[in-house]
Design a protein around this ligand. Structure first.
Ligand SMILES: NC(=O)c1ccc[n+]([C@@H]2O[C@H](COP(=O)([O-])OP(=O)(O)OC[C@H]3O[C@@H](n4cnc5c(N)ncnc54)[C@H](OP(=O)(O)O)[C@@H]3O)[C@@H](O)[C@H]2O)c1
Length: 418
């Protein structure tokens, strides 16, 4: 039988025969000369479909999730992802972002055994060298020096008709979900799962108060549900009262509006009595608001942090004795300031956390498949709106929850290829 001949490039949603790979593909591309506001930085281009290594998988992308990391990629800050890759030997002078995908396995490398052509998958964004000594020794691959975030630090993400991923990144797609729902939850969900379940000694448990910044955001909406599924009491923080009901519906026992307080930013110097006293007054009244939200004088066993500089002094202050502030970002800035006197005497933990390993990605996928965590998909965009939806995120004007982009899926609501 003659093998089907591939066209040079297919239109969006024009499905090639299963396993037939065209030479070129459509992609939303960022280039250095366009670095800046996302609306200008992303542009539709035709690019060669990438070659695969022995442990790689080519995924026909049905839908892609939208995350903050490609706002950073578009801006070119805090790092220029293209230059960083070129320094490490990459030839490409462009970036195809996209760190969340749902799709179909279209081709596999010679050593891949865990998935086969035709499998429907969701893709997590943790990549590492298969021969990394730490990985080979069975360590947590998120601690490996070769660890990278696919579709941000690496190229060939999901804002293209085909994405190049590693075999272990592919997980069976929860069949109860549409393509766009499947693409929406993994990056934020698995990150939140590791933050709440991944740090031995401070894992979330039944009855814990968990304070969650940005409760209606991508990470926050996942964290509220993961904490609720564990029997904990999540308290959400929002910047607008209109978001409170959304957080309550996800399981928050109480919601605090951060705009009711003014003590944000770096901690004043401990020798500056007046400024320090004013700050402490603000932090204490925020702590009281947490107790009111919980309905008892109970401090958070876990504070779920990502705003960073603006909020971390308060997070550390309100955290319970022996509790943990777990942080995965510094959206408002990178200087973390704290009063060490209280930190050591009350034996608190400030724990960095970054994405997730295979088991944690499987953990969130199972919670989603069981219906315990909703992907919180708020809005779906067309492929040509890739820049526009990142711009909404950049302007903090995006809807509550998560966003997704249709790539090869022609319409919303589809659960099959056609
Ligand atoms: N390291 C990792 O693995 C990892 C993974 C995922 C995300 N991240 C990072 O985490 C950050 C958040 O991601 P996301 O997807 O949750 O974004 P998101 O959907 O935009 O949510 C962030 C929330 O932060 C809140 N916020 C904004 N300004 C704030 C301020 N000054 N103080 C307190 N809260 C503020 C906003 O809610 P309100 O205005 O309602 O308060 C917003 O909804 C980004 O920087 C992202 O790159 C890191």
């Amino acid at each position: 039988m003659l093998a089907a001949m591939a066209k040079q490039v297919y239109d969006l949603g024009e499905v090639p025969e299963l396993g037939v790979v065209p030479k070129r593909m459509l992609a939303q591309v960022i280039r250095e000369e366009r670095f800046g506001e996302p609306e200008q930085a992303f542009k539709l281009e035709e690019i060669d479909v990438p070659e695969l290594g022995p442990r790689d998988v080519l995924v026909y992308v049905m839908a892609a999730g939208v995350n903050y990391n490609n706002v950073w990629a578009a801006l070119g800050i805090p790092i220029n992802v293209i230059k960083a890759r070129q320094k490490a030997g990459a030839a490409e002078d462009f970036h195809i972002g996209g760190s969340d995908a749902s799709g179909v396995v279209w081709k596999v490398g010679s050593d891949v055994t865990s998935v086969k052509v035709g499998d429907e998958v969701v893709v997590h964004c943790g990549q590492w060298a298969p021969d990394d000594p730490l990985v080979v020794a069975g360590g947590d691959p998120m601690f490996a020096s070769s660890e990278k975030i696919w579709g941000y630090e690496t190229n060939w993400g999901s804002f293209a008709q085909f994405a190049k991923v590693q075999d272990h990144q592919c997980l069976p797609r929860p069949k109860n979900l549409t393509w766009e729902d499947s693409a929406a939850f993994m990056l934020v969900g698995a990150t939140a799962y590791r933050m709440l379940h991944g740090w031995a000694g401070n894992e979330v448990k039944s009855g814990d108060v968990v304070l969650i910044w940005g409760g209606a955001g991508g990470l926050g909406s996942m964290a509220i549900q993961i904490a609720t599924a564990a029997g904990a009491k999540p308290v959400a923080v929002v910047g607008d009262d209109s978001k409170a009901e959304y957080c309550r519906k996800l399981g928050a026992v109480g919601v605090i509006n951060r705009k009711d307080f003014t003590h944000w930013g770096m901690l004043p110097h401990w020798k500056d009595d007046a400024a320090y006293t004013a700050w402490a007054r603000g932090a204490r009244s925020f702590g009281k608001a947490v107790w009111e939200a919980v309905g008892e004088r109970k401090n958070p066993a876990i504070v779920f942090e990502h705003p960073g500089e603006a909020t971390i002094p308060t997070s550390i202050f309100v955290c319970d004795t022996g509790g943990m502030v777990v942080v995965c970002a510094g959206t408002t800035g990178y200087n973390a300031t704290l009063d060490l006197r209280y930190h050591w005497m009350r034996q608190k933990r400030l724990q960095g956390s970054h994405f997730a390993n295979d088991e944690q990605a499987a953990g969130i996928t199972q919670l989603v498949a069981e219906g315990k965590v909703d992907p919180c998909l708020a809005r779906v965009f067309e492929f040509n709106e890739t820049g526009a939806c990142h711009q909404l995120m950049r302007n903090n004007k995006h809807p509550n929850g998560n966003m997704a982009i249709l790539v090869n899926a022609k319409t919303t609501g589809l659960k099959t290829l056609g």
